[in-house]
Design a protein around this ligand. Structure first.
Ligand code: MLT
Length: 396
């Protein structure tokens, strides 16, 4: 056998596994420490009541011969695809049903989509960014180019004519920096993609957090984007499905090359390699889009937004520079006293028993920064913010 040698080119363990191991080791050595985790962007509020009711109902259906379901359509049940179609229509975006594919989450599809592209495609990613985009491509042996996202460009790199690439990843609102592109900025990306015969893989997992006018919630807000962009989204952040697993991917029928349709290729790929998301889960996801579902979910999003404001206020008081937290659940702070990201991680764990995510884990330009998630419990977030403030004050 011949192993995929490209696995030796990625870090031995995934960023969030690394953090989990470090925290577990610290906790084992200091069992008395009350560690507060604001590292991985995992939600803490339970599923909304309409979602729970829909899940229960679907479970009962599965226990009755008359309503039992076996294999479902690989691309998802029409009831959920129609609910998503309506969700986009409510924002003025017209999607065909066949363009909507239900998945078990954005992370899986971001990797799976690469089946559609040859190995010799050059990849362009912002730095820093969600590490999955880079790792997926390095594992497959593709060349990855980086565009710097820095405080100078508000962590929103724009296309450059001289930069050539075939597949570009955009994540907006951004993980980890919380920066969100405006529709006008995305127009430039769509134009660039058309001129460079490139495809945009647009990660909209955090679209529900957009609250500032002008910021885009979907790349399809840009006219003509359906000719060059695939959009990947998730129920994890909007509706707390991190443990329930459901997402969706929009593969427009307009993306074609050499007589091949990306949409048809994706359908072929999914029907061959995927047997769909459980019926029960899709019924739960459908309930997200009901009036009561949306109402409860907005309430939950406000809870997380408030956590972000609590973290931001503590950093303001501590005199630490940060951004994000407005259109995103992530607050992106500069490490105090010129510390490097992992040094600050260790220092904060030791001195405040607070866990965050080192910025350098998202790419070299993230060095010297640190990400805190607002997805935590409100009381614990307040306590963590207080500890953070005190610990930073002790440095002065
Ligand atoms: C994160 O913390 O960056 C996210 O939880 C990762 C993810 O959604 O997979």
């Amino acid at each position: 056998m011949y192993l995929n040698k490209h696995f030796s080119e990625v870090a031995e363990s995934y960023l969030f596994s690394d953090i989990a191991h470090k925290v577990a080791a610290y906790q084992a050595a200091h069992p008395e420490a009350d560690v507060i985790r604001l590292g991985i962007g995992d939600v803490t509020l339970p599923l909304a009541k309409p979602v729970i009711a829909a899940l229960h109902k679907a479970v009962d259906e599965m226990g009755d011969k008359a309503t039992f379901r076996g294999y479902g359509p690989e691309q998802g049940y029409d009831f959920l695809r129609q609910a998503i179609q309506k969700y986009y229509a409510g924002r003025g975006i017209d999607l065909q049903l066949e363009e909507i594919f239900i998945s078990d989450g954005a992370k899986s599809d971001l990797g799976n989509l690469l089946d559609l592209f040859a190995v010799n495609n050059t990849i362009l990613v912002p730095d820093p960014v969600y590490p999955v985009y880079v790792d997926d491509n390095v594992m497959a042996g593709r060349t990855v180019k980086y565009m710097s996202a820095t405080a100078e460009n508000n962590f929103l790199p724009m296309p450059e004519d001289a930069v050539d690439a075939d597949i570009v990843y955009l994540c907006s609102p951004n993980n980890p920096t919380g920066a969100a592109y405006t529709t006008a900025q995305l127009e430039q990306w769509v134009k660039w993609a058309k001129e460079h015969n490139a495809v945009i893989l647009y990660d909209a997992a955090y679209e529900c957090f957009v609250s500032e006018p002008g910021c885009a919630r979907s790349i399809y807000e840009v006219a003509g984007a359906k000719e060059v962009a695939v959009e990947v989204c998730s129920f994890s952040k909007i509706a707390g499905f991190t443990g329930t697993r459901c997402g969706y991917t929009i593969v427009p029928t307009a993306i074609e090359q050499d007589g091949m349709s990306l949409n048809k290729m994706w359908l072929r790929r999914q029907t061959t390699k995927f047997n769909g998301v459980p019926y029960i889960v899709q019924r739960g996801a459908e309930a997200v889009f009901t009036e009561e579902g949306m109402k409860e979910i907005q309430h939950n999003l406000d809870y997380y937004r408030n956590n972000a404001a609590v973290i931001a206020a503590a950093l303001d008081e501590a005199g630490v520079w940060y951004c994000g937290g407005k259109n995103s659940p992530y607050v992106w702070m500069r490490c105090p006293a010129g510390m490097k990201s992992w040094d600050f991680f260790d220092w904060l764990l030791e001195n405040a028993h607070v866990v965050g995510t080192p910025g350098s884990g998202f790419g070299p330009c993230g060095e010297g920064y640190f990400r805190l998630t607002a997805f935590g419990d409100a009381d614990k977030t307040k306590e963590a913010a207080e500890r953070l403030k005190k610990a930073i004050a002790s440095l002065q």
